[in-house]
Design a protein around this ligand. Structure first.
Ligand SMILES: *[C@@H]1O[C@H](CO)[C@@H](O)[C@H](O)[C@H]1NC(C)=O
Ligand SMILES: *[C@@H]1O[C@H](CO)[C@@H](O)[C@H](O)[C@H]1NC(C)=O
Ligand SMILES: *[C@@H]1O[C@H](CO)[C@@H](O)[C@H](O)[C@H]1NC(C)=O
Length: 295
């Protein structure tokens, strides 16, 4: 889950472009920077854009992506982006799956961090996901499944299972609001804790690209990649992003960004994170190239 598949690639001729902003890649759940798929993804974007790219690793990679709370994962990335001298004048961000809610945490909460220019989000669970991502047969699944059985909104599981921070069960929104430690805060959902700094920082992005995968079987529903989600107590009707309170009351600045023409809503036909090389070229690379840079 969240792992970037090695996809069929199409050869392309690439013009070298000069750079001024590097980019970072934040991988998905269960993945790690040394894996072939993500290494290739980062290299390709770097080659295509002519920019330096950094895959940012949290802890030891796969294990920590599962068993460190997403709040702590944000803190860890915040420290890393502050300490990398190459990022000190700002950077662009490419998020994959879980990496997107971590990335947004960095944008909204990382005090004193370098500015984020553009964010390109591929299959991000921005409005939550209605079930714990299927663990399948991976190494850690026995432990992950045991934790899930304890109850996803219990303090212990919130502390020890990364994805528990953004699981939003439509039939238990009360449990979610009370027990989920990460997403309600990230999305400024709780009135008593609403913090306008999150909105200021998120809406200061230059460009936001939200890529949804139409056949996504990992994010439930796939529309969460666009900030859409199920209506409460309902697993049938999807509330479109622009009809949610988050958008209408602009809790995090998504509406401000959209009204300023800075959001690209993009839907691709593949499954979770199945992006082709040509699609990367068209939909990701342009946002990694500084339009003001001299070519
Ligand atoms: C990126 O470019 C370098 C240098 O031209 C090349 O050696 C490498 O194979 C390229 N990587 C990918 C993933 O295309
Ligand atoms: C709001 O969030 C910012 C960024 O994390 C933080 O520095 C500030 O203290 C928060 N304000 C309140 C009132 O919690
Ligand atoms: C939301 O967007 C759709 C299409 O993008 C549009 O038809 C609809 O009127 C919008 N709804 C609101 C509340 O703005």
């Amino acid at each position: 889950m969240g792992k970037l598949p090695v996809v069929c690639l199409i050869a392309l001729v690439v013009l070298p472009l000069s750079s001024s902003l590097p980019f970072i890649v934040l991988h998905g759940l269960g993945d790690q920077c040394k894996n072939a798929g993500i290494t290739r993804f980062t290299k390709l974007l770097s080659n295509f854009s002519g920019q330096e790219g950094f895959c940012i690793e949290i802890g030891d990679g796969s294990h920590d992506s599962w068993f460190t709370s997403v709040t702590k994962q944000v803190e860890s990335v915040c420290e890393m982006v502050k300490s990398l001298p190459e990022l000190q004048f700002g950077y662009n961000m490419v998020g994959l799956s879980q990496g997107n809610v971590i990335g947004r945490g960095v944008i909204q909460w990382c005090d004193g961090g370098p500015p984020v220019n553009n964010m390109v989000s591929l299959g991000g669970p921005h409005a939550g996901t209605a079930s714990v991502p299927l663990c399948g047969r991976g190494t850690f699944c026995g432990v992950a499944n045991l934790l899930i059985e304890l109850g996803v909104y219990t303090p212990y599981v919130q502390e020890h299972l990364g994805p528990a921070g953004y699981v939003k069960i439509p039939t238990d929104l009360e449990g979610y609001s009370k027990g989920c430690k990460f997403l309600p805060k990230l999305n400024n959902e709780l009135e008593e804790f609403r913090n306008t700094t999150y909105k200021e920082r998120f809406s200061s992005l230059n460009e936001l690209v939200l890529i949804m995968f139409e056949n996504d079987k990992v994010l439930i529903p796939p529309e969460t990649a666009w900030f859409g989600f199920y209506a409460s107590n309902n697993l049938k009707n999807i509330v479109a992003a622009n009809e949610t309170d988050l958008y209408k009351d602009d809790w995090i600045g998504l509406r401000a960004l959209d009204e300023a023409g800075k959001v690209t809503w993009l839907s691709l036909p593949g499954g979770h994170l199945h992006i082709k090389e040509a699609e990367m070229m068209t939909h990701v690379v342009p946002y990694l190239i500084d339009p003001h840079a001299t070519v």
